[in-house]
Design a protein around this ligand. Structure first.
Ligand code: NAP
Length: 474
């Protein structure tokens, strides 16, 4: 593996303390990665502060051109990035390539947004003064990313931060630091100046991040990960009143009405469930199917799930790779055991295979009890948990009965009814007759304990900017 050291101020730094990265398909060590400590964090902060002064002063067009170049370079190397994503995360080739393309798109989108930090000028209604509003880079940003999208969760933060004029320090997940490190030479080639983007993998995550969040130069903390860690970071961020962007957990409901086109609903549910083998905050977690079509829907979904090929994601014929680690796999198996103990029927899958690799088969459960653990917590694996409903108000109530509010999916052929249902769902995003909502051009984010702020869209760059208002007379 070529890039395994800390990346600070445009240079690679070795450390005595290192940790292993494992290929989840083979359980083999694929790299030994440097582990940053607090002194390294200070060096990265110094470098980012120095680089940001020049970067923020560049014209929006100049920043935009660098981001555009990053998109071009990454798009030309999708296979390389996809291969690395599969090696460290396990996901199958098509998922990995999809992620690499999605990750690259954030550079293109924010290259376009960099020149659109619109302000405003107007007359104050009473005093007649001019109200002038403009957006300025907020300051240094600490970015913390999860293992499920090693490239995209990073670029979704780096691109808007750079577009806004900020310098950043990224702490990638310890399971999957290699993709983010491999992105750095590409950013250099695109013209990102040394020090503007720094990458600090670490095994002392809590202490390292906490230290950075207490440095007075840091003004933004942007986190994607579990709600539990998000809560801790919000508490740390409170000490310096940092701007928080929190993309946290989900518990996505899928509601399938009996007036839907069933093929559309099956395709959409497959995509919402099996994209990234269920290891996604947007993954379909609870599938509510109208009682009248439940048997047919379950039969067809089972047929699709049972034919997926499970194996090492680097084999191009494989549809479903391993889960990221043994804990995640065992948690998925425990959800299935709990649901079965509470009355669920296993339609397919449901048995952890023997042998190397953290594999779990695509599984369909029907007759899942409302009290099953998988109804209340993120499954984060390839398990489709089906319940039935008859009444619209009742299914909306059940869909909203969670502390999460990231994304919901609705399938219905009656557009008027479908839109009425969408508006009553307390979710930041809704997929209507679609199993995919993620799009760099759209504001991604949740309500309730799924997070704060939005990534992508026009909103994404504003997370890294402060609004300044000047009251002027002339
Ligand atoms: P996680 O355990 O919360 O870890 C995420 C990141 O936080 C990792 O880089 C981790 O570092 C770091 N971290 C852990 N403890 C920390 C602490 N005390 N202080 C600072 N940083 C800390 O989440 P995960 O298991 O990697 O990812 C799965 C979760 O992410 C799921 O809940 C999923 O829903 C959520 N997610 C949300 C979105 C979204 O956009 N809403 C997208 C993707 C994933 P280490 O790896 O070194 O522990």
């Amino acid at each position: 593996m070529e890039y395994t050291d800390l990346y600070i101020n445009g240079a690679w730094h070795k450390t005595a303390d290192r940790f292993d990265v494992i290929n989840p398909a083979t359980e083999q060590v694929i790299a030994s990665v440097a582990s940053a400590d607090i002194a390294d964090a200070d060096k990265a902060l110094d470098a980012a502060e120095a680089a940001m002064a020049d970067w923020a002063a560049r014209t929006p067009r100049a920043r935009s051109e660098v981001l555009r170049k990053a998109w071009e370079l990454m798009t030309a190397r999708l296979d390389e990035f996809a291969h690395l994503i599969t090696l460290e995360n396990g996901k199958a080739g098509a998922d990995a390539k999809g992620e690499a393309a999605y990750a690259a798109e954030f550079f293109r989108w924010f290259a376009e947004e960099a020149v659109r930090a619109d302000g405003m000028i107007t007359h104050a209604p009473a005093s007649g003064a001019r109200i002038m509003v403009q957006h300025k880079p907020a300051g240094l940003a600490v970015l913390i990313t999860p293992w499920n999208y090693p490239a995209a969760m990073g670029t979704r933060k780096i691109a808007p931060a750079l577009a806004a004029g900020c310098g950043v320090i990224i702490k990638p997940a310890s399971e999957t630091p290699l993709t983010m490190l491999a992105l750095m030479p590409l950013l250099e080639e695109a013209g990102v100046p040394p020090g503007l983007v720094n990458v600090l993998p670490s095994r002392k995550t809590g202490a390292l991040v906490d230290h950075m969040l207490h440095d007075p130069r840091v003004r933004v903390v942007s986190f994607t990960g579990s709600t539990g860690v998000g809560r801790k970071l919000l508490k740390s961020a409170a000490d310096q009143v940092l701007k928080p962007a929190m993309e946290l957990g989900g518990n996505a409901p899928v509601i399938v009405f009996d007036d839907t086109d069933i093929d559309t609903a099956i395709d959409g549910t497959m995509q919402a469930k099996m994209r990234n083998l269920g290891e996604a905050c947007t993954a379909a977690n609870r599938i509510y199917v109208h009682e009248r079509i439940a048997e047919d829907f379950t039969k067809r979904l089972t047929a699709r799930m049972a034919t997926l090929k499970v194996g090492d994601g680097s084999d191009p014929s494989v549809d479903v790779g391993p889960l990221v680690n043994a804990d995640t796999r065992d948690k998925v198996a425990a959800f299935v055991a709990d649901a079965v103990a509470k009355g669920a029927k296993v339609e397919c899958g449901g048995v952890t295979p023997d042998g190397k690799g953290y594999f779990y088969p695509p599984t369909v459960l029907s007759n899942v009890s409302e009290t099953a653990d998988c109804v209340h917590d993120e499954i984060f694996g390839p398990v489709a948990a089906i319940q039935t409903f008859t009444d619209q108000d009742d299914v909306i109530r059940r869909a909203n009965a969670t502390e999460y509010g990231l994304v919901a999916y609705v399938f219905s052929g009656d557009f008027k009814r479908a839109l009425q249902v969408c508006e009553r769902l307390d979710y930041g995003m809704v997929g209507l007759n679609r199993g995919l909502v993620s799009d760099p051009a759209a504001p991604f984010g949740g309500t309730k304990q799924s997070g704060l702020g939005r990534e992508g869209g026009h909103e994404g760059m504003l997370e890294f900017m402060e609004t300044q208002y000047i009251s002027a007379s002339w």
